[in-house]
Design a protein around this ligand. Structure first.
Ligand code: ZN
Ligand code: ZN
Length: 88
C-alpha cells in the first residue's frame, strides 16, 4: 500500500500530489527527497539519487512532512503538506 502526500503553496496556490511508498504495480518504494543545494523536490525509488535541477548528489530524504518546502512554481518556502491519503 502506498500513501499520498498532497502539498499546497500558500503563496501561489500551486498544488502537487506525491504518490509515495509501494503501490500495487510498483516493486520499489517511492520516496521524496529535497535537494540541499537548490531545494528542489524529487521523487525517486533510488536510495541516493541526483537532483534533477542542479544535478548534484545532495538530496536528503524528506522524513519530516511538516517541514515547509520550496514551491516548484513560485520558489517561495511556502509549500506545505496538506492532506494525506492511501492508494494501492
Ligand atoms: Zn538541486
Ligand atoms: Zn508557490
Amino acid at each position: 500500500m502506498g500513501y499520498i502526500k498532497e502539498y499546497l503553496c500558500s503563496v501561489c496556490k500551486f498544488e502537487q500530489t506525491y504518490f509515495l511508498g509501494i503501490g500495487f504495480s510498483n516493486q520499489k518504494e517511492v520516496k521524496m527527497f529535497e535537494c540541499n543545494n537548490c531545494k528542489a523536490i524529487k521523487k525517486s525509488v533510488m536510495p541516493n539519487p541526483n537532483c534533477s535541477k542542479c544535478n548534484k548528489k545532495s538530496l536528503s530524504e524528506i522524513l519530516d512532512f511538516n517541514k515547509k518546502l520550496k514551491c516548484p512554481k513560485c520558489a517561495e518556502i511556502k509549500f506545505q503538506f496538506e492532506i494525506e491519503g492511501m492508494w494501492d
